[in-house]
Design a protein around this ligand. Structure first.
Ligand code: GDP
Length: 395
């Protein structure tokens, strides 16, 4: 059996166990390194070759995607990662970094439970960093922080340890100020500020594929001084081999982002105003794969062969081929022609996609991004509010 086929089978196996699923988005100000980082994760998970990562082939511009037959504007991919001896399924949604795509970013946030916010170490938090954080927090999506392009501080700007520490701490401080300001009034959210000590902050270089965090330094025995020495000496391959970025980030994802079972009870009341005492509400809170099907469509893409593919988050029940489903705002039902998941940017058909996962569905001809698709008639999800402009926060 081919390697890819094996990965698909492993993903299918893991889809049935919501505790081991993490639905995540990577969000950043444009050019801060989101695409390069996403490729690192795919390579680390064995989805694309290591050499390809960094050349931005898996999640690239729309034009390139079309040339290669992949047409996705918020690319979805599933990958597996072993953390503490348990294999996890990570469903990643890439979010466009341009302000114009604000709507897509917000929709992507509806499908996920965790957002890895990437900030360029040299530029620091920028207006779109604030926008994506606001979008995440509003959807009840938990943030962690990756400070990228640290290689530039070391090799290009020749910063010493103290100067660098000061700069990194100031990025963390700024991001935390934003998070604090946005979550102050949210009584369902505890302290979601990020910190180096608890492992919710990682640093590194997506371009040279190395990364560090407090837990990774404990695991590898490498301290920041040694990392700086290797980077300065241009020993980036050694850095990558000894402390690969993908391990650091994927470990952080598994450890710090909530799984759907933990996330949905908090998220459902935030995004759905239906009867909270109904069976459907209970089924969504419990991520019940045996409940009625509820899918929130977050994106529609054109597939050259299959036509329109709706992707989104399954909040309840199990999606299967042949199901007749209601689409909010339209009359009648649509018949599911196929269900699948995205692997390395390509859609793979599978038998079923249970609650807690991100699915790719064909046959939902009436669905648009934002539709609620369900086995029984129901109150649709709250519409997704677009936030495209940065809002000035109180200082
Ligand atoms: P996106 O717009 O956030 O997706 O950013 P990209 O991943 O496309 O990266 C923007 C530019 O920054 C590209 O030229 C990358 O090669 C470069 N870049 C990304 N990560 C790093 C990094 O860690 N170090 C350096 N020096 N450059 C990087």
């Amino acid at each position: 059996m081919g390697r890819r086929k094996k990965i698909v089978q492993e993903c299918e196996r893991l889809m049935d166990n919501p505790e081991n699923i993490r639905n995540i988005a990577i969000a950043a100000h444009v050019d801060h390194g989101k695409t390069t980082l996403s490729d690192n994760l795919l390579a680390g998970a064995g989805m694309i070759s290591d050499e390809t990562a960094g050349e931005q082939l898996a999640m690239d511009t729309e034009e390139d995607e079309q040339e290669r037959g992949i047409t996705i504007d918020a690319a979805n991919v599933s990958m597996t990662h072993k953390y503490e001896d348990t294999n996890h399924l990570i469903n990643l949604i890439d979010t466009p970094g341009h302000v114009d795509f604000g709507g897509d970013v917000t929709r992507a946030m509806r499908a996920v439970d965790g957002a890895l916010v990437v900030v360029d170490a040299v530029e620091g938090a920028m207006p779109q960093t604030e926008t994506v954080l606001r979008q995440a927090l509003r959807e009840g999506v938990k943030p962690t922080l990756f400070i990228n392009k640290v290689d530039r501080l070391i090799s290009e700007l020749q910063e010493g340890p103290e100067e660098m520490q000061e700069r990194l701490l100031s990025v963390i401080h700024d991001v935390n100020e934003l998070i604090r300001g946005m979550t102050e009034e949210m009584d369902d959210i505890d302290d979601w500020t990020v910190s180096v000590e608890d492992g919710t902050v990682g640093f590194g270089s997506a371009l040279y594929k190395w990364g560090v965090s407090m837990p990774s330094m404990q695991r590898t025995g490498m301290d920041f001084g040694e990392i700086m020495e290797l980077e300065r000496a241009d020993k980036r391959q050694e850095l990558h081999d000894r402390t690969p970025l993908s391990d650091v980030v994927l470990d952080m994802v598994c450890e710090h982002f909530p799984n759907p079972v933990d996330a949905q009870p908090r998220r459902i009341p935030r995004i759905w105003r239906g009867d909270d005492e109904s069976d459907l509400a209970e089924s969504m809170r419990l991520v019940d794969e045996d409940g009625d099907v509820v899918l929130m469509v977050t994106d529609i893409a054109m597939d050259p062969h299959a036509g329109e593919v709706a992707s989104g988050r399954v909040f309840s029940g199990t999606l299967e081929k042949g199901q007749e489903l209601y689409v909010s705002g339209t009359a009648g039902k649509n018949r599911v022609q196929s269900v699948g998941v995205y692997m390395g940017g390509e859609r793979e058909e599978v038998d079923h996609v249970p609650a807690g996962n991100i699915a790719a569905v064909t046959g939902l001809r009436d669905a648009i991004a934002g539709s609620t698709v369900s086995g029984v008639e129901m109150t649709p999800f709250e519409s997704i509010e677009h936030i495209s402009e940065p809002v000035i926060t109180k200082s």
